[in-house]
Design a binder for this molecule. Structure first.
Ligand code: PCA
Length: 199
């Protein structure tokens, strides 16, 4: 069995739930040869990525897949890239609101996901759930986690990726997706990590 560390976030921006954690909690404990370790992350710059790195130190996962809410999106969007930028229009849950700061001073401008974002998006779409690759994870805490982990695990055997999901129907916001479809989409994404869609 391979190990997948999968994370979701606590609520932020006055929301009562964060569908990323609600969905991660409801995923099965095994998908396609991976055992899932589930981890809740704070919506706090720096601390979120540290929380993952600390858990990864204990679990030695083969894959780290982080999930986050992207209000306004209609589709499940695997992220292709993380950028070396922190910029927030609302404070994080610790009250910090950076303006155009690097995540890592002197670090590379960007890192590509080491999970197959495009293949995951194609597989989710083929299962009947709206999905497309995203070329920007923003500059808030989700991008912070993606960039920091890609930087930290560069050149190691641990692969890192990020998927943004829409609001879930329970949040009474538009556009939204049912929790059932979010869970189905994430399951297909995990199933597609090692598959070859050309076969
Ligand atoms: N979404 C935010 C941070 C936490 C979350 O679920 C983001 O897109 O940066």
């Amino acid at each position: 069995m391979k190990r997948l560390l999968i994370t979701g976030f606590e609520p932020f921006d006055k929301e009562v739930i964060n569908p990323s954690w609600e969905a991660v909690k409801l995923l099965p404990d095994e998908i396609n040869g991976y055992t899932l370790d589930k981890l809740l992350l704070p919506v706090v710059f720096g601390k979120a990525a540290e929380t993952v790195t600390e858990a990864a130190g204990k679990l030695s996962p083969d894959v780290i897949l982080c999930i986050g809410q992207a209000g306004g999106r209609r589709a499940i969007t695997p992220e292709l890239v993380g950028i070396n930028l922190r910029h927030a229009s609302i404070p994080d849950n610790a009250g910090y609101m950076p303006k155009d700061e690097p995540i890592i001073q002197g670090g590379e401008s960007a890192h590509f996901s080491t999970l197959p974002a495009r293949r995951m998006a194609e597989a989710i779409k083929a299962s009947g759930i709206p999905s497309e690759v995203s070329y920007s994870a923003g500059a808030y805490v989700c991008n912070d986690v993606l960039y920091t982990l890609l930087s930290r695990f560069k050149g190691t055997d641990t692969r890192v990726g990020f998927i943004h999901i829409p609001y879930s129907s329970e949040q009474n916001k538009e556009p939204c997706m049912t929790m059932e479809n979010i869970i189905k989409g994430l399951t297909v994404a995990v199933e597609s990590i090692d598959c070859d869609l050309t076969k």
